[in-house]
Ligand binder design. Structure first.
Ligand code: FAD
Length: 573
C-alpha cells in the first residue's frame, strides 16, 4: 500500500506525526481524509483490516441528500423546509436540531465538492421514494443518488486490497450492476432482457481483464464509491496504512493529540497536530457490546457487515470521557443465513414482491412485509414483546414466487431450479414442503395460524387491498413490487405447491449508536462540552437520523457529510 515517508520526527513522543489522523477507511474516513488534505492538512488514514473500504465497499453506495445539485436538472424539486419538516418527524425529537440543520446545509455542499474535485460521480434516482411517504415533506424521488460506475483498472495494484462486493449484489455472483439496473432487472421493467444480455456480454468479452481477474472491471454501488474515493486519495498521495488498528487515544492538557495503534504487531504512536477523526464503523461484531446495548436476543452473526467493526473507536472515545447516544438502535435489516464466505444476506427488496408473507411462530403477520428494512426488525422486536413468538420470523412463499423472483441467495427458479442447488441448502438456507401443514410442522410454526394467514393474504391479493398492514399501498412499497402483477404489484396468491420458508433474523447493516457529536462533528463529553481535537463520523458517531431511516443512502450521506464538516472545522475553515 502507499505509505507516507515522514520527515525525521522532531517530537520524540511520536513514531509519526501528521496534522490529521483519520481512523477507518469506509466512505466517512476517506471523505474526511480527502477534504482534510485539500484544506492543507497533512493527513494519514489508518485501517484495521488488510482490506480497505469497510462496510461501505459492500454497500449500495447510495447517498440520501435532499436539495442535491443534480436534482433540478433531472426534473425534481425540493426545499430545505420540506426536508426539515420530514426529518423532524422521522427523528422524533431524539436528535439536536442543529445537527439536522448542519446535515441539510452541508450535505449538498459535500456532494458538489466531491463531484467537482474527485473521481466520484452520482446520478439522482427519480423514482426512489423516501422511506416514509406518509410523512409531510417526504418526496417520491430524487433525494437518493446512485454512484456512477468506474473502472477498476484505474486503481492499478490497489484494486486487489479493496474489499470485494458481496455476491448478492452481482448478477450470477459476478457481473456488476448499478442500483438503477438492479431495479430494472428485479422488477422486469421494459428492456430488462436487453440490459441483462448487455451486462453479461460486456463482462465475458472483457477477456484480457478476466485473464487477470474474476471480479468485474466495471465497479458499481459501494465499490464505485470506494474505488472513486481511493483513486482520489492516490492522486493526492494520502497515505493509507492497512493492518493498523487504532488502540487508544493520546491526550494532554490541550485535548486529543494523537493515537496509539498497532502496526503488524508493533505498537506505534502517531501524533495529530490538529485532530483525530474517528470513522471506524459501528460495534456490530462485538457480541458483548451488543448484549450491553441492543434489544435482546441479539447475535453478532446476524449482521452482514465486515468483521473488523467491533466498536474499537467508540470504546476509545468513551475511555476519554465521551458521551454515547442511540446505543440501542441499529440500521436494522432482516437477514438470512447462507453458506460460504458471505454467511449472511440482508433481504432488502424481496419482501415487497408479490406472493410472500412474513409470520411469527404463531403463524401471524406482524408487519407490512414491504416496509423499510429497518422497520421490519423494529416490528420483530415489538411483536416479540407482545407475543413472545418472534425472533426468528419466517418468510413463506410458494412455487410461483420461487420460480419468478430471487430471494436471498436463491436466484429465480426459472434461472436456477431447486435441483441445481446444493442439497445442504434444504433445511438450512430454506425449507420446502408440498403442503403448508407439513411446512409449518417442520419450522415449528402454528399451522392453524399459518393457514388462516395465507387465506387472508390470498383474499388481499384478489382485491388488491391488504386490510391489516397495507402492503403495496404506498410509493415506497411499490418501488420494488412487480408492476406486471395486478391489482396490487406487491400481492399475489400463495397457493402453488411446493411451499417454502426462510428463517429471518434480526440482523443489521451497521449499528447507529455511538459517540455523541455536535453540528461540527466534534465529540462531546457527558457535560455537553466538546473534547478538543476529537471528531467522529459514520457509525462511530450517534446517527443524525436518530431512530429513523428516512431514505436509501441515509447512513452514507451523513458519514460523508460529517467527515467533510470535521475536516473543515479542524482546519479552521
Ligand atoms: C449490503 C449493504 C448495503 C448497504 N447499502 C447502503 C446504501 O446504499 N446507502 C447507505 O447509506 N448505506 C448503506 N449501507 C450501510 C452502510 O454501508 C454503512 O452504514 C456505512 O458503510 C458505514 O460507513 P462508516 O464509514 O461509518 O463505516 P465502514 O464503511 O464500516 O468503515 C469503517 C472502517 O473502519 C475500520 N476499523 C474498524 N475498527 C478499526 C480500528 N480499531 N482501527 C482502524 N480501523 C478500524 C473497518 O475495518 C472499516 O474499514 C449498506 C450496508 C450493507 C451491508
Amino acid at each position: 500500500m502507499s505509505g507516507g515517508t515522514r520527515p525525521a520526527n522532531p517530537d520524540a513522543r511520536w513514531d509519526h506525526e501528521f496534522d490529521v489522523v483519520v481512523v477507518g477507511s469506509g466512505a466517512g474516513g476517506m471523505t474526511s481524509a480527502i477534504c482534510a488534505h485539500d484544506l492543507g492538512q497533512s493527513t494519514v488514514l489508518i485501517e484495521k483490516s488488510d482490506q480497505y473500504g469497510g462496510t461501505t465497499a459492500i454497500s449500495g453506495g447510495g447517498v440520501w441528500v435532499p436539495c442535491n445539485h443534480l436534482l433540478e436538472a433531472a426534473g425534481g424539486k425540493d426545499s430545505v423546509d420540506e426536508a426539515l419538516t420530514y426529518l423532524r418527524q422521522a427523528t422524533r425529537g431524539m436528535v439536536a436540531e442543529e445537527r439536522i440543520l448542519a446535515y441539510l446545509e452541508q450535505a449538498p455542499r459535500m456532494l458538489r465538492y466531491l463531484e467537482d474535485k474527485t473521481h466520484l460521480k452520482y446520478r439522482t434516482m427519480s423514482h426512489y421514494s423516501d422511506y416514509y411517504p406518509q410523512l409531510k415533506g417526504s418526496k417520491p424521488g430524487y433525494r437518493t443518488l446512485d454512484p456512477l460506475p468506474c473502472d477498476a483498472g484505474q486503481l492499478g495494484d490497489d484494486f486487489k486490497a479493496m474489499r470485494p462486493p458481496q455476491p448478492g449484489t452481482l448478477i450470477a455472483g459476478r457481473v456488476a450492476m448499478t442500483a438503477g439496473e438492479a431495479h430494472t432487472l428485479l422488477t422486469k421493467e421494459s428492456g430488462w432482457i436487453a440490459l441483462f444480455m448487455k451486462r453479461m456480454a460486456s463482462y465475458w468479452l472483457d477477456i484480457p481483464w478476466r485473464f487477470r481477474n474474476k471480479r468485474d472491471r466495471r465497479m458499481t454501488l459501494g465499490s464505485a464509491l470506494i474505488g472513486s474515493l481511493r483513486r482520489s486519495m492516490i492522486d493526492r498521495n494520502i497515505p493509507l496504512w492497512l493492518n493498523t488498528p487504532l488502540e487508544s487515544l493520546v491526550t494532554d492538557s490541550r485535548g486529543i493529540v494523537g493515537v496509539v495503534a498497532n502496526q503488524n504487531g508493533k505498537t506505534i504512536r502517531i501524533g495529530a497536530r490538529r485532530g483525530v477523526i474517528l470513522a471506524a464503523g459501528g460495534f456490530e461484531h462485538n457480541q458483548s457490546m451488543r448484549e450491553q446495548y441492543l434489544p435482546k436476543p441479539t447475535r453478532a452473526e446476524w449482521t452482514v457487515t465486515p468483521e473488523a467493526n467491533t466498536g474499537d473507536a467508540i470504546r476509545a472515545g468513551q475511555s476519554v470521557g465521551a458521551k454515547v447516544d442511540l446505543m440501542d438502535h441499529a440500521w436494522w435489516a432482516p437477514t438470512v443465513f447462507i453458506h460460504g464466505r458471505e454467511k449472511r444476506r440482508a433481504l432488502f427488496v424481496e419482501r415487497a414482491l408479490p406472493g410472500c408473507v412474513m409470520v411469527n411462530r404463531n403463524g401471524r403477520r406482524f408487519v407490512d412485509e414491504a416496509a423499510p428494512y429497518s422497520d421490519i426488525v423494529y416490528a420483530m422486536y415489538a411483536d416479540n414483546e407482545k407475543s413472545g413468538a418472534n425472533l426468528p420470523a419466517w418468510l413463506i412463499f410458494d412455487a410461483e414466487f420461487r420460480r419468478k423472483y430471487p430471494c436471498g441467495p436463491l436466484l429465480p427458479g426459472m434461472a436456477r431450479p431447486d435441483k441445481s442447488l446444493p442439497s445442504s441448502w434444504v433445511g438450512s438456507v430454506f425449507y420446502r414442503s408440498d403442503s403448508l401443514d407439513d411446512l409449518a410442522k417442520e419450522i415449528e410454526v402454528d399451522n392453524e395460524g399459518l393457514l388462516a394467514t395465507i387465506d387472508k393474504m390470498n383474499e388481499y391479493a384478489r382485491t388488491g387491498d391488504d386490510k391489516e398492514f397495507g402492503k403495496g399501498s404506498n410509493t415506497f412499497d411499490r418501488y420494488y413490487g412487480d408492476l406486471n402483477v395486478k391489482p396490487n404489484p406487491c400481492l399475489a396468491p400463495i397457493a402453488k405447491p411446493p411451499f417454502y420458508a426462510m428463517r429471518i433474523d434480526a440482523g443489521d447493516i451497521g449499528t447507529k449508536g455511538g459517540l455523541l457529536t455536535d453540528e461540527y462533528a466534534r465529540v462531546l463529553r457527558e457535560d455537553g462540552q466538546p473534547i478538543p481535537g476529537l471528531y467522529a463520523t459514520g457509525n462511530t458517531s450517534a446517527a443524525v437520523m436518530g431512530p429513523s431511516y428516512p431514505g436509501a443512502g441515509s447512513t452514507l450521506g451523513p458519514a460523508m457529510t460529517f467527515g467533510y464538516i470535521a475536516a473543515h472545522h479542524l482546519a479552521g475553515v
